[in-house]
Design a protein around this ligand. Structure first.
Ligand code: NAD
Ligand code: 6OD
Length: 491
């Protein structure tokens, strides 16, 4: 049931070009101090249906007839709109997640803008295929493909990089001419709501971008995946949620693209540039409090440098500044929520039960102020666990890594690949031959050498095994968000 509301601290749905409230709401809680940030409307099935109908109608209106150049120009206007309200987006992202302000500026909001600009430019220059075919009469045929939108695309995103991951899907979906019904995570609804304002102000036609708030199961997420008129679902989140969604869309055979969990490895060979490897593994373990799907929770270090490496990591980790997002020099904020902190701390306890040596951290920091009501944990390093330990095989999604020694290339490749996941891996070596030899043997969608999370948005992004299904990025996004028709003309 839709009702109007002007409550300043209430986040509303955005359907058919208008903000709309529903009666049922939930609280958006700050992970910094446990205070309420806003009330958020929760969509029921009727609200989701209204959003889907608005999207269907938009496809039949001016949006459906709009040319690629005009669509691309509109997406650049959206990027301009985010740029113009840059600090508001930073504030929204920081409020929901507690991440350091400098990270929100340089990573999250910057990438939100880049996602729109990249896919606006890509769609303008994207070609299609042509094949000249032979035929029995000698005259041949001409085959060419045309690209059409999929239709109504449901976009479901997580809380860990809210704006980055939301726009990573919204931008290419719109570039390809689809209409979208989006559901950001219940933990991070603010930046998506601000984006709805930008969409409206940029002149995106009503119904093209719709936003519904709510939870997953038996809430907005499930209502969206189960809706018969949604043509495709693109999802980022946990592997087990991906599996639930796959079942939900099976009867309708909706197209799916899944970016899921990981238990990524970093491998440091003895010939690595030691300081660069320490810098890199510190980043890949603790960026965003370890809440990046690409973070390395398993670190393998060649035995001759193992003790030195662990000692250097301990020194750097003990010196990390955990604190308020806006404080000078702060490296790490809280986890996203108290619930997630409970999960991460349960692994901190489990590691000790499994026999780990706690090299750094292992608990919660004490501030003596309101932050003690927040969702902070200490950045943590373990050694001494067997590869079979749950803390070495299960995704924790916190600021934690286990460091283990290895003795040979073959051995470490086998250990890295012995995982149900296969998202990303970072190799650290100055031996280029080794890098070329090892990288293709890693069972992951992404392998970085002497770097981590260095992104070119034209490249394929995604995981193997339980880390995902399909690829997005560059032409892979254009392929997923389009339906291709082959036209064959007999000459
Ligand atoms: P999550 O799966 O709990 O939730 C993600 C989204 O799905 C949320 O919007 C949630 O409301 C919704 N959802 C939950 N259950 C649903 C259901 N039954 N039907 C429809 N929607 C449902 O994930 P999270 O905790 O928000 O995010 C963290 C996870 O995401 C980690 O596992 C992380 O590795 C993964 N992740 C993967 C990538 C990638 O690119 N591979 C990127 C970021 C995060
Ligand atoms: O950089 C990206 O495009 C991307 N999808 C990053 C995912 C990070 C996971 O947390």
């Amino acid at each position: 049931m839709l009702v109007s509301s002007t409550h300043p601290k209430q986040l509303q749905h955005f359907i058919n070009g208008e903000f709309l409230a529903t009666q049922k709401t939930f609280r958006n809680i700050s992970p910094v101090n446990g205070q309420v940030i806003s009330d958020v409307c929760e969509a029921d099935a009727a609200t989701v249906d209204a959003a889907v109908k608005a999207a269907q109608a938009a496809l039949k209106g001016p949006w459906g007839r709009m040319g690629v150049q005009e669509r691309a120009a509109l997406l650049h206007k959206v990027a301009d709109g985010i740029q113009a309200r840059f600090e508001e987006f930073v504030a929204a992202e920081v409020a929901d997640t507690g991440r350091p302000v400098h990270q929100a500026r340089t990573l999250d909001v910057a990438r939100g803008i880049a996602n729109f600009r990249t896919f606006a430019d890509l769609i303008k220059t994207a070609g299609t295929e042509v094949f000249q075919s032979e035929s029995a009469d000698g005259l041949g045929a001409l085959n060419y493909t045309i690209r059409k939108p999929l239709g109504v695309v449901g976009i479901i995103s997580p809380w860990n990089l809210p704006l980055l991951l939301f726009t990573w899907k919204v931008a290419p979906a719109l570039a390809c001419g689809n209409a979208v019904v989006t559901k950001p995570s219940e933990e991070s609804p603010s930046s998506a709501t601000l984006l709805a304002e930008v969409m409206r102000d940029a002149g995106v036609p009503p119904g093209v971008f719709n936003l519904i708030h709510g939870f997953g199961g038996n809430s907005a997420g499930e209502f969206l995946t189960a809706h018969a008129d949604v043509d495709a679902i693109t999802f980022t989140g946990e592997s087990k949620t991906g599996s639930t969604i796959m079942k939900a869309v099976a009867d309708d055979m909706k197209e799916v693209s899944f970016e899921l969990g990981g238990k990524n490895a970093a491998v440091v060979f003895a010939d690595a540039d030691f300081d660069a490897a320490i810098d890199g593994v510190m980043r890949s373990s603790f960026t965003n409090s370890g809440q990046v799907c690409l973070c390395s929770e398993r670190v393998y270090v060649e035995r001759p440098i193992f003790d030195r490496f662990v000692a250097a990591m301990k020194q750097r980790t003990d010196a990390l500044q955990v604190g308020y997002p806006g404080d000078d020099g702060v490296d790490m904020g809280p986890l996203i929520s108290h619930g997630h902190r409970d999960k991460v701390l349960s692994y901190y306890r489990l590691a000790v039960e499994e026999g780990a040596t706690v090299v750094a951290g292992g608990g919660t920091p004490r501030f003596g102020d309101e932050r003690d009501d927040g969702a902070y944990v200490q950045p943590t390093i373990w050694t001494g666990l067997p590869d079979s330990a749950r803390c070495v095989t299960e995704e924790i999604f916190g600021p934690v890594c286990h460091i283990a020694p290895f003795d040979s290339e073959e051995e470490v490749i086998a250990r890295v690949n012995d995982s149900d996941y296969g998202l990303a891996c970072a190799l650290w070596t100055t031996n280029l031959k080794r890098a070329h030899r090892v990288a293709p043997q890693i069972e992951a969608g992404l392998v970085w050498v002497n770097t981590w999370f260095l992104r070119d948005l034209r490249t394929p992004f995604g995981g193997v095994k339980q880390s995902g299904l399909g690829r997005e990025g560059g032409r892979y996004s254009l392929e997923f968000y389009s339906e291709v028709t082959n036209i064959c003309i007999k000459l």
